[in-house]
Write a protein that binds this ligand. Sequence first.
Ligand SMILES: [Zn+2]
Length: 222
Amino acid sequence: MVRRLVAGLIVAVVSAGAVGLGAGASEAAVRRDDINSDIVTAVNSTNRFWAVHFRSLFGGTYSAPKIFGGFSRAGRAAPFCGNRRLSFNNAAYCGRGDFMAWDLDFMASGYRFGDAWVYLVIAHEWGHAIQARISGRLVSRAVELQADCLAGAALFGAAKDRTLKFESGDVEELAAAFNRLGDRTPWTKSSDHGTAKQRLAAFNAGAKGGVRGCLPKQSAQR
Ligand SMILES: [Zn+2]
């Protein structure tokens, strides 16, 4: 979904450039180059959104989580979070180390269906990093659904800030991504991710209502 408009723009964690969400669904093959540049763009645009908006939303100073980046069965080993390694076929925010990491094969598996996938995964994990940075009373009991909501707020917020540009097909890709990520059963406890439908609804709540739309009702006014 997202592609840089300006070649050679980034790599520093914060970038000011505009990027376009290309027609990812039409890309037949996954090329590491493309996925890597989408990952960089997703990291940069999500970080930039939070760097710009964190203080006015929550007060205090925003600090970016560390990015460990990719690991894989065949390549770089998964990092430890506390005393256990992160598992394959997933992406994670590790609170103890305040870092984000992902299985590159997991990223590639969803990327085949469109580049929106990596934006969603990274913005979701970033949502967990934000949860770790704000008052506990602002963290929903449904932590996973709130992370989806914060992902929607950050990606659509970045589009509003013109650091990301959505193109047709992206919204459908996001819905399809939730179909692959959703639990089989509805949300009941904090470790649940929720069904695809619940996850998409949470994402859309953030996309439409912004970050404040992701906070528990009684604490929404700050
Ligand atoms: Zn999560």
